[in-house]
Write a protein that binds this ligand. Structure first.
Ligand SMILES: O=C(O)CCC(=O)C(=O)O
Ligand SMILES: [Fe+2]
Length: 338
């Protein structure tokens, strides 16, 4: 690849996955090639119905439009052990700062660059170590039932993608999927409220700073606002937009699958910043339109052993990493945060 050309995120048509033989093989190969080169891929014509995705965004909007005290009936538990429920990091601090712009002391406090977003994390109902934090049924009737169904629908499609990855990596179809019962995944509803463009441009606030995911793979659904950017693998430090494609799944490789594949598949850094289109801004302050996205993180079960995929090593390319369980890997990552 020419190092001066901006990387583009490949688009893979998943329609032919339902066929057999070489057509299916080609879909698998295209996804693996994209994961090796870019680490991000748009998957179109997948089996998640358009109507279901529209409904998921409608429910997310309804949830975040609830009064704050309703959402706070399902708070994210304190600490880092449980990743479930409603979080509201940074929001208050930033809105105060916007109304007291000239206050030097406030500006200092903001150096830590709060994320201007709210999120709601949901997991499997059969995961006792990560208990779901639901708001009361009467606060938003049928929300829980819909999200529980949506969680498993996402896993069904994610499972197909894990099968495609396995085929593209010369493994048995179910080699990767068998390590995922589905009970260790995470469905996240995200809402990025409107904010003056200047707050993001001056880095006083961030929508979502650059990071990689810990997952094996992530499926991301986004609305039409824009702002997701992916690090350009040819030009480290610069980012290319992951422009929304209606109903596409933006699929990316997480750190765990990168390790599993001996670094053959890339876990690429990404962030959420200003939407690039001018009609996504309003008024003198260029207040950005609110944005909704729904990432779904797939993770193997805690006791699944993550051991170098055979086609990713050879006589002159030994495995770089020791076998480790998913739980062990998580523990190691968590301990590196302090
Ligand atoms: O909101 C987005 O588009 C991306 C969110 C994300 O990368 C994450 O939650 O890990
Ligand atoms: Fe991410």
């Amino acid at each position: 690849m020419d190092s001066t050309t901006q990387t583009t995120i490949p688009v893979v048509d998943f329609a032919k996955w339902s066929l057999s033989g070489s057509a299916r093989q080609r879909v698998a190969q295209n996804i693996v090639d994209a994961c090796k080169k870019v680490g991000f891929v748009y998957i179109v014509n997948h089996s998640l119905p358009e109507q279901l995705l529209d409904e998921a965004f409608d429910w997310s909007r309804r949830f975040f439009d609830l009064p704050q005290d309703e959402k706070l009936k399902a708070p994210h538990p304190e600490g880092w052990a449980v990743h479930r429920g409603y979080s509201w990091p940074g929001l208050e601090k930033v809105s105060q700062a916007i109304s007291q712009d000239s206050d030097q002391k406030r500006a200092e406090q903001l150096r830590e660059v709060p994320d201007v977003k709210e999120s709601y994390d949901i997991g499997s109902e059969n995961n006792p170590t990560q208990p779901n934090q639901w708001i009361p049924e009467e606060s938003l009737p049928d929300f829980r039932a819909f999200m529980t169904q949506f969680y498993w629908e996402c896993f069904r499609v994610g499972g197909e993608i894990l099968q495609a990855l396995a085929i593209g990596l010369d493994l048995d179809d179910n080699h990767l999927l068998l390590k995922h019962s589905g009970n260790n995944n995470q469905l996240r509803l995200l809402h990025y409220p409107p904010i003056p463009a200047e707050a993001l441009e001056s880095h006083r606030a961030a929508r979502c700073p650059a990071h990689t995911d810990w997952s094996s793979i992530t499926l991301l659904f986004q609305d039409d606002c824009g702002g997701l950017e992916v690090e350009d693998v040819n030009r480290p430090g610069s980012f290319v937009p992951a422009t929304p494609i209606k109903n596409a799944i933006v699929m990316n490789v997480g750190d765990l699958l990168q390790r599993w594949s001996n670094d053959h598949l890339r876990s690429t850094s990404h962030r959420v910043t200003l939407p690039p289109l001018s009609d996504r801004f309003e008024g003198e302050q260029r207040v950005t339109r609110r944005r909704f996205s729904i990432p779904y993180f797939l993770a193997p079960d805690p006791d699944s052993m993550i051991e170098c995929i055979p086609s990713c090593m050879g006589a002159d390319e030994p495995a770089k990493y020791e076998p480790i369980t998913q739980a062990g890997y998580n523990q190691m990552r968590a301990s590196m945060q302090y």
